[in-house]
Write a protein that binds this ligand. Sequence first.
Ligand code: NAD
Length: 480
Amino acid sequence: MNIKNYINGEFVNPIENNWMPNYNPSNGKVSGQIPNSTKEDVEKAYEAAEKAFLKWSNTTLEERSKILSNIATLILERLDLLAVAESKDNGKPVSLAKEVDIPRAASNFQFFANAITQFSSEAHESIGLNAVNFTLRQPIGVVGCISPWNLPLYLFTWKIAPAIAAGNCVVAKPSEITPMTAFLLGEILQEAGLPKGVLNIVHGLGTTAGNAIVAHPNIKAISFTGGTKTGAHIAGIAAPMFKKLSLELGGKNPNIIFADCDYNKMLATTVRSSFANQGQICLCGSRILVEEKIYEKFKKDFIEKVAQLKVGNPSDETTNIGALVSMAHLEKVKGYIDSASKDGAKVLFGGNKVLVTGSENGYYLQPTIIEVTDNKCSLNQEEVFGPVVTIMSFKTDAEALQLANDVKYGLSATVWTHDLNRSMQFSKQLQTGIVWVNTWMLRDLRTPFGGQKDSGVGREGGLEALRFFTVPKNVCIQYG
Ligand code: NAD
């Protein structure tokens, strides 16, 4: 199926009529064509957004909330269709898209439909000066939202929903590797009654369409999720233009396991936090650090559990691990595994491509466990973003903390322990934006979401997102 841009409430071809192939990772076949949009397409999208802004920013909160709610309902009504489309584009199991990606996209709209009705701002009475200050939180204008391929509709809507709830108009670009569900969202927006121009979706490459959004002089804020290198490039363009920036970037998250934890819960969760979505979640715990006392037992049990995971066609109900997102990504991940031994690492399980009968040209890889001894090795320092985890042991709390923090990234960390003091000490000292204790990826959409260090700046989620997408303006009134 051919995908089109969604500009000013209509589906349109790219102005230069340039297209590029979209691949289905489960079988390596071309599934359709997507627009290879240019600066001119972005300009059209901007003009539509600009034109819609005055009216949308003055639309009552009740009306905005009702439309966002409609979008959420319509997403859930199309759950099966969207889940199959997501799986076809990304390679993830259909079952995962049905359970996680698509329901979460609906929740993103429903959450901000509710949140905007509760959003308030501060007032400061200057006692003794006969003055009162209050803060107006006004929408920014036209904002840009750029999202990656790993959780396509989930992350696309995580940005768009708060942006429009707060009264902005949007020029958005999903990843060119997984454009399908963002395209299908267009019809939902029409049906839900979102006025034309409020949300415009431009498809194309990051270096052209994406770059044009970031460099546009009148797009005043950029909310970006993707790789750290891309984030740095975007910051380089946007910062001198004084744009508001939210950058959600890569991770190399530690999963720290102490002997006193609930072992069975930890083991089951660790399998998930290592390999869910083929390990292609920015929050996956790709560095497993295990207390020496239980290291050998964990190693044996973990390998046994991982060996039970079925790699297969994403549409097969029994599949646990689908295809990686692209041939290029498969080769990159495989390259890390192949060079592991150079760093003195040892592949304990997996490491090979998988030939799936009936889908021989798909991009399949075994879940892979690699034992490392040096935290400085590239497998422990660089984001692999695939079904690959490393394991290593530690002796003391201090050593575990030092290993956990000894990376340039700082997105999330998981700690498994029943010691209250230890869990509090680690929560305070881990250099990450998110800490999970005795759980993983338990998400409450009200909480701040984002990273430290090279994992980004800014926070999404709850009121943080509404604050990002508004400009605070203080008004001071002195009375007689
Ligand atoms: P990417 O940086 O290659 O691309 C992300 C998006 O940016 C795509 O839409 C792409 O077209 C666009 N883009 C690329 N170059 C651009 C440029 N010069 N200007 C403007 N836009 C540009 O990332 P990816 O490979 O799609 O996604 C994987 C990365 O995303 C991983 O590093 C992962 O950790 C990260 N990620 C982070 C989070 C988080 O919340 N921190 C969540 C999911 C994924």
